[in-house]
Design a protein. Sequence first.
Length: 123
Amino acid sequence: MLRYLPFLLILAVWLYAFIDVLNTREDEVRKLPKLAWVFIVLLFGQVLVGPIAWFIAGRPRRNAPYGAVRADERRWVAPDDNPNFLKSLGGQDQRPADADEPPPASGDRDPRDTGPDDPPKSR
């Protein structure tokens, strides 16, 4: 049984690499087209050259946030330092949804605040 262990490990790595290539989106694959990586992993899978090449050169980097490509784009930025996040906050209206009416003048009462036994004041 122990003599089959290397064969099973090679088969497991080969299958994992093949499934990983198939599940990776086309625009995330590095260095070569996705179809080329499928052939490389399939043809050179038994000697582990294809799967190792995929893991080193073709697999997308998992630590790249928001599709960053360059090294300076991959660093983490706090939301209050991120200009894109701050721009997205500036474009939103900060008023509540029911504030479509202008606020009442300084001496006027809001007609919504009157109760059934509290008539509005006349001027």
